[in-house]
Design a protein around this ligand. Structure first.
Ligand SMILES: O=C(CO)COP(=O)(O)O
Length: 253
């Protein structure tokens, strides 16, 4: 049985004060880490404080991106070494907003995944098709290509430890959720890709999240699907009450 992993991606939202208030409300209310993995994926300036404040609790803190190099002349970038030093546990890589707006490529995502493992960070690798690609029946091919490229060169054990987030771009921030069947169909395909590309053990262990307009009202239905092992949530993770409902749902699956 795979443990559900619920991650709230705050994106570029919240003031320091709002971040603090959220964490004070949520940190002792999340279910135990044995029941569900709960992660807040916060902007860089808040990470150190949030890690300090959640120490000893079941709430983990993740970053939204990083560079793949350890240091160097990369103005404006943050390295995996820096994140590890802060005590961050997870890092979201290849989010569609990074791919689309900041032109991140599959090659860069792959380098970042390797860098995450080198520095003891768990990568949450985002994949997903655009509306155009879905309508052209390219969803499975697009997602398969993204998954294989992201996992290229990893050990089988590392593949097994990876978290993959299936986030159809047309469902992000639009209120238009994939149906649970649509979401599960792609997550099942992703697990098969991992099975063929790596092995059956890795496919069995890898956790696959769904993301895209997940909210307390639809999370149970999504998490009850056979190949969905959690959620990566934007808008509905910004309020502590809502985030707590989502992690609570993860506990039951
Ligand atoms: O992009 C997302 C999480 O990474 C999804 O965002 P929404 O939940 O706001 O649709």
């Amino acid at each position: 049985m795979r443990k559900q992993v619920i991650a709230g991606n705050w994106k570029m939202n919240k003031t320091h004060r709002e971040a603090e208030d959220f964490i004070q409300t949520a940190k002792n209310e999340v279910p135990s880490a044995e029941q569900v993995e709960s992660i807040v994926v916060a902007p860089f300036p808040f990470l150190q404080k949030l890690v300090e404040e959640t120490e000893g609790t079941s709430l983990k803190i993740g970053a939204q991106n990083m560079h793949f190099e350890e240091n160097g002349a990369f103005t404006g970038e943050v390295s995996p070494v820096m994140l590890k030093e802060l005590g961050v546990s997870h890092v979201v890589l290849g989010h569609s907003e990074r791919r689309e707006i900041f032109k991140e490529t599959d090659e860069e995502v792959n380098k970042k995944v390797h860098a995450a493992f080198k520095h003891g960070l768990t990568p949450i690798i985002c994949v997903g098709e655009s509306l155009e690609q879905r309508e052209a029946n390219e969803t499975m091919d697009v997602v398969e290509g993204q998954v294989k490229k992201a996992l290229e060169g990893l050990t089988n054990e590392q593949c097994a430890e990876t978290i993959i987030a299936y986030e159809p771009i047309w469902a992000i921030g639009t209120g238009r959720t994939a149906t649970s069947e649509q979401a599960n169909e792609v997550c099942t395909h992703i697990r098969k890709v991992v099975s063929d590309y790596v092995n059956a053990d890795a496919a069995d262990a890898v956790r696959i999240q769904y993301g895209g307009s997940v909210k307390p009202a639809n999370v149970d239905e999504l998490l009850s699907q056979s190949d969905i092992d959690g959620a990566l949530v934007g808008g509905a993770s910004l309020e502590a009450d809502s985030f707590l409902k989502l992690v609570e749902a993860g506990k039951h699956e």
